[in-house]
Design a protein around this ligand. Structure first.
Ligand SMILES: Nc1ncnc2c1ncn2[C@@H]1O[C@H](COP(=O)(O)OP(=O)(O)OP(=O)(O)O)[C@@H](O)[C@H]1O
Ligand SMILES: [Mg+2]
Length: 223
């Protein structure tokens, strides 16, 4: 059984009675240690596909199985639980809480999980320090550069040690050198087989880093 199995997934949006078909018959599997790059022009549905995999959107047809669980059958609260444990998401716009420090943004992910505050702070501090933000723990997102905000978002994802990371344009808004640095923080976890990563990008992500590439075009995923 693969870590992730996507079976004949389709997604349409309905607007004022009109069906907008984004894609259909999308099938693929992902194993631990893989970095799958999904490319495709703007609007082809890359973010939509990641949102389906992370359970933020519902499929229109098909089935998604993650770690032997049919996630397309789970309730919204079970999906939220899954995102807090097995699946980490890095969003196009980071989604940091503006009024919280870097440390608070990361620590919050570990709340409601029976972990003491001292352990939460220790784990959040450790991961932020690993990502080079040890001297920025108490700064608000607005006081951080875009690249630093991105690293806080990555820390928030990694602090839970997810089995699968879904990353939407993870290096989209930073210069190539910073992008490279960010990737070198993520790649060892993938290469060691600790996690798998699916990256959606409209062309900025270096395909040579991927173990497999796919592209969304004309409503189909081409593997
Ligand atoms: N909630 C929604 N309701 C209606 N249409 C939507 C919704 N979300 C996305 N869409 C439409 O689905 C299509 C795919 O959007 P999506 O954001 O997945 O594209 P993308 O490939 O990630 O693009 P980009 O490279 O610009 O990020 C677009 O036409 C978009 O307008
Ligand atoms: Mg997108």
């Amino acid at each position: 059984m693969s870590l992730l199995q996507v079976e004949n997934v389709a997604k349409s949006f309905f607007q004022r009675g009109n069906e907008l078909k984004i894609f259909s018959d999308v099938s693929f599997t992902v194993e631990p240690g893989e970095l799958l790059l999904i490319s495709g022009r703007s609007g082809t549905g890359k973010s939509t596909l990641l949102n389906l995999l992370g359970g933020l959107e519902r499929v229109s047809a098909g089935r998604i199985v993650f770690n032997d669980r049919v996630i397309t059958d789970l309730s919204m609260s079970e999906l939220a639980e899954l995102r807090a444990n097995g699946i980490g998401m890095i969003f196009q716009n980071f989604n940091l809480i503006p009024g919280w420090s870097a440390l608070e943004n990361v620590e919050a992910v570990l709340m409601h999980r029976g972990i003491s505050q001292s352990e939460r702070l220790q784990r959040a501090t450790a991961i932020l320090t690993e990502l080079g933000l040890g001297d920025r723990l108490h700064n608000l997102p607005a006081e951080l550069s875009v690249g630093q905000q991105q690293r806080v978002a990555i820390a928030r994802t990694l602090v839970n040690d997810p089995a699968m990371i879904l990353a939407d344009e993870p290096t989209g808004d930073v210069d190539p050198e910073t992008a490279d640095e960010i990737l070198h923080l993520l790649l060892p976890r993938i290469k060691s087989g600790r996690t798998a990563m699916i990256v959606a990008s409209h062309g900025l992500f270096n395909p040579a880093l991927a173990t497999r590439t796919a592209s969304l075009k004309d409503g189909k995923l081409h593997l």
